[in-house]
Design a protein around this ligand. Structure first.
Ligand code: ADP
Length: 675
């Protein structure tokens, strides 16, 4: 930055060397930085002698100089006469123009002064124009035509000694008064960062400082009722920006009926505050420029007008309207221009510079035209903002997953500046997918481990139908071996064989589905059914140990949405833990209760055992991964139960029963209807 500034100064100087007008560059501290040969001729000082010296040192009227300087800092430009001492001690009156320059970031950096001898064609003295005058004033032209009725009411009231609603009328008067034009100084004093053009046509009440609105309204009434075009003055209280401001107001000439002029004269308490203001604007711009989020500024004013028109024609269901008029989406894509973008936006789009991204905003929506439609519906409905995940095609052809957000303009406040922000989510989404995959792999591994634990049960379960098949096949062979085979008997036995084979096949399928790796498949489920299926897996474990299992199924259970296998995994895990818990008891005492129910609209599954319960100091840790109190335990069962249940939008909790033993409860939200 500094080197480019220095370069440009050198370039400036190169050009200024040959200028016939005196050109001087002064820094913001008032010291002379450059003094061209024409300045040497005009004032007699060689550049080497004055370089670095305060310009005030060679002024013949230092007070004027101070005034001119402060005006320059406020206005950005200054024009007038200056009296400067020559090397011979004479006073030289010159006509000068000064301009405040800003660096690339918009921060004021120095002042360029152009000057030539102030003499008329015949050598007569030119009147001194450097005294502060209206140029120091903030001026307004306002239009009261829409306030005629309010003014009439105020007028009739003033005849009848005033009324209670005077304050209200004055407020409405300022609201009805429209700004025709203001000067730059007014725009800077009260216009925020919006500039002069944006103030035109707006209500005076939106800009005039609150503290002096009543005074202004009174002055407007006075000036308006005065037929001679007199000037009315009032001093206002210093307001932190202007010291002792004086408001002057008068009626415009006959060529502008209903118009008034207002000026506010006052000295800024701290001239440098303007510099700070500009610097802070520049910092703000810089901040936006370097913000890590990609930002687009678009001007959707044109569409705003179309929406207002549609609304006034009674359109309320804008989605339907767009279905019937899809060309409106195309119009938005091709007619809403991008007016500015920041650095991150250029990077995200893979562009060279901002210019690549300026133009109709449609390029943002080539991959997701539906998104643009929803953005338009949001604006039409008067939302403050809208956001969604969408696909974005960059200028260099990549397709990214981005979070697109739009902040709509607030009526009248920021006019029609709409801001789009885009955040690249591609990596995050990839990571989330990976994480989900790891979780799925992990719970699959745990399922395999559980099945491993259940091998003897599985073998036993499959053996039962196999044994039946064997017995029935042998019997039927015997019937066939008779001299007169009993075909009826054989048919009966063959049917039993087929039924047993089907049962064996069912068991194998059930176990296979637990064992194979598949991505979660959410479907609508009856929790009771899932519990019944889960009990089949552990039936043999339970029977072998002589455990009494009591099941209570609620009949009013809401359906839930979930992956059947994963939910079975949860229930099987909890039951296996309960089986382990009661193992230490006498065979006659081992008891497990399985209950389904409804709680606050959710379906619940509760498992109670009469084992030793959970040590209070362990209660907070049993769902942690790898927490176990069992010598052969892995400590992942409950952690996986929790991650599965949480992924289903539910919750799992553990507690101790009052009469001894542990209780686990799983809650799963009711399935929402999909419409
Ligand atoms: P593991 O069974 O391999 O230890 P889990 O995550 O399934 O892993 O269980 C963690 C711990 O929670 C167990 O070691 C045990 O201390 C406790 N726990 C789980 N279920 C019960 C239960 N029904 N009764 C008492 N303690 C239990």
């Amino acid at each position: 930055m500094i080197s480019t500034l220095r370069d440009s100064l050198r370039q400036d100087a190169g050009i200024a060397e040959f200028a016939s007008e005196s050109i001087v560059i002064i820094d913001l501290e008032g010291s002379i930085r450059y003094w061209n040969p024409a300045a040497e001729r005009l004032f007699g000082w060689p550049g080497l002698a004055v370089g670095g010296a305060p310009v005030a040192d060679i002024s013949a009227a230092p007070e004027d100089e101070v005034r001119a300087w402060s005006q320059l800092l406020q206005e950005g430009v200054w024009e007038g006469q200056i009296r400067r001492l020559t090397r011979d001690g004479e006073v030289r009156v010159v006509e000068a123009r000064r301009r405040l320059r800003h660096d690339e970031a918009g921060i004021p950096c120095d002042v360029v002064e152009y000057a030539h001898l102030a003499q008329g064609a015949n050598g007569e003295e030119i009147p001194d124009r450097s005294a502060p005058d209206v140029a120091m004033a903030a001026s307004w032209e306002i239009d009261l035509t829409s306030a005629a009725e309010i003014l009439d009411r105020i007028r009739s009231q003033s005849r009848t000694s005033g009324g209670d609603d005077r304050g209200d009328l004055c407020r409405r008067l300022l609201e009805a008064a429209r700004i025709v034009d203001v000067n730059e100084r007014t725009a800077r004093l009260v216009g925020g960062n919006r500039g002069r053009e944006l103030m035109k046509g707006q209500s005076v009440a939106s800009f005039w400082p609150v503290a002096s609105r009543a005074i202004l309204a009174e002055l407007i009434v006075q000036a308006f009722l005065d037929s001679e075009g007199k000037r009315f003055h009032r001093w206002l209280a210093s307001d932190g920006i202007l010291r002792e401001p004086l408001v002057t107001i008068w009626r415009a000439g006959a060529d502008r009926p209903g118009h008034l002029f207002i000026t506010v004269n006052g000295t800024a308490d701290d001239d440098r505050s303007y510099l700070f203001l500009r610097a802070s604007e520049a910092r703000y711009r810089k901040l936006v420029h370097y913000m890590p989020v990609a930002l687009w500024q678009v001007d959707a004013s044109h569409m705003g007008k179309i929406y207002a028109d549609l609304r006034s024609r009674g359109v309320t269901d804008f989605g339907k309207y767009l279905d019937d008029h899809p060309e409106l989406v195309g119009l938005a894509a091709s007619s809403v221009p991008v007016t500015d973008v920041n650095r991150s936006a250029i990077e995200l789009m893979g562009g060279k510079d901002a210019q690549d991204l300026i133009g109709p905003a449609g390029y943002l929506f080539t991959e997701s035209p539906e998104c643009l439609r929803r953005v338009m519906i949001g604006r039409f409905s008067g939302d403050r903002n809208y956001s969604e995940l969408m696909k974005l095609r960059t200028l260099d052809g990549r397709v990214l997953d981005v979070r697109f957000s739009v902040t709509y303009p607030e009526p009248l406040v920021e006019l029609d500046t709409t801001i789009f922000s885009l955040e690249d989510m591609t990596e995050r989404l990839q990571m989330e997918t990976q994480l989900r995959q790891i979780q799925a792999d992990f719970s699959h591994a745990a399922r395999i481990a559980t099945l491993g634990e259940l091998t003897s049960s599985i073998a036993h379960e499959v053996n039962q139908p196999l044994a039946a098949i064997m017995t029935n096949a042998e019997t039927s062979l015997r019937w066939l071996a008779r001299a007169e085979p009993d075909i009826g008997k054989v048919r009966q036995l063959t049917a039993r064989i087929a039924a047993s084979a089907r049962r064996a096949d069912n068991i194998v399928q059930r176990i296979r589905s637990m064992a194979i790796k598949q991505s979660p498949d959410p479907v609508t489920l009856e929790l009771n059914e899932v519990v019944r299926e889960s009990l089949l897996f552990v039936q043999n474990e339970i029977e072998q140990r002589g455990i009494r299992v009591t099941t209570t199924y609620s009949r009013d259970l809401p359906t839930v949405v979930g992956d059947r296998i994963q939910l079975q995994q949860v229930i099987v895990n909890l039951i296996i833990n309960a089986v382990h818990a009661v193992e230490g008891l006498d065979e006659t005492e081992r008891e497990i209760l399985v209950v389904t129910g409804v709680e606050g609209g959710s379906a619940t599954f509760t498992l109670k055992d009469n084992g030793p319960g959970i040590a209070p100091e362990h209660l907070g840790r049993i769902f942690d991964g790898f927490f176990t109190t069992k010598p052969q335990g892995m400590g992942i069962g409950l952690a996986i139960c929790q991650s599965i249940v949480t992924a289903h939008g539910g919750a799992v909790s553990a507690s101790n029963r009052t009469g001894g033993g542990a209780q686990f409860r799983v809650t799963l939200p009711r399935a929402r209807s999909l419409t």
